[in-house]
Design a protein around this ligand. Sequence first.
Ligand code: ADP
Ligand code: TRP
Length: 323
Amino acid sequence: MTRILSGIQPSGSLHIGNYLAMMKPMIALQDDNELYCFIVNYHALTSLSDPEKLKKNTMDAAIDFLALGLDPEKANFWIQSDLPEVQELTWILSCNTSLGLLERSHSYKDKIAKGLTPNAGLYTYPVLMAADILLFQAEKVPVGKDQKQHLEITRDIASSFNANFGETFVLPEPVIEDNLAVIPGVDGQKMSKSYDNTICMFEEEKKMRKRIMKIVTDSRGVDEPKDPDKCTVFSLYKLFASDEQIDSLRNAYLAGGMGYGDAKQLLFEVIRDYFKPFKEKRDQLAADPQKVKDIMLMGAAKTRIKARETLSLVREKVGLKYF
Ligand code: ADP
Ligand code: TRP
């Protein structure tokens, strides 16, 4: 059994890009691996300062995962802040991390370049992420391309800690699906919680349809032939439709006579139908927040055993166990 770990920020509502790239593959790994999957609300604090939004996004993310098939009996599934032990490891690792390493962080530099006034949390974000990973001695960490450097920083921190204090941490391997398509949002850019261009799987039907109708296309009229490979509607359709449906829409594009409005309607239908069975489960969970809270607290309690084990070893190594 391989120990696999990954987390997702509740910085907005989770969307079909998150589902296909992270949630679905993680859920598929729960049967044959020791899976650690969590909602990183401490990380979200670096960019979100609205407590009501953070609470709602965190609960929603937990409900989404459970509805989509994450099984808390099989996996370790928890909310980051329910295991504050990670903060102790963050501190210990911070004292073993050079400023130079953090200064080289692309994501930090990018955020400053975008005009964000950085807080200290944004700067030390990679140390918290390293603590997330090392606390559970994760062997494999599936992440998107943008997280590659964070994994390198984690490995740097772990290997220098091991060199200074003796073999302590497993060096985690990133698992980066290079050929995983970037899923486009309604504006054609990468779909992202931070760009207001998402399609959320559990959006109310009318709103989801409206959102899909907003997808930007070129200005070809109904009768004109269209290029399926340059169309956001078609790229999204391919992710949810059957081979037959895909061929049929491709042919309709090439032949002309089909407007983008009709294609968007077809896209809406396949997405709605794909998530329909999950939505029923989601509605049940959403109606019983106490149950969800209990599941998440149980998840944290179960995961705490591994966290304490690592923390106890680390405390001993650095001299915090003083007798
Ligand atoms: P967002 O940009 O929506 O905030 P995150 O950065 O939290 O998403 O990413 C969470 C996971 O979802 C990562 O594994 C990331 O690679 C994946 N992901 C997010 N958006 C997309 C997308 N548009 N296409 C493919 N993968 C995505
Ligand atoms: N930084 C990651 C992101 O924005 C989220 C994250 C936090 C994470 N801790 C992690 C991912 C540990 C993998 C492992 O996507």
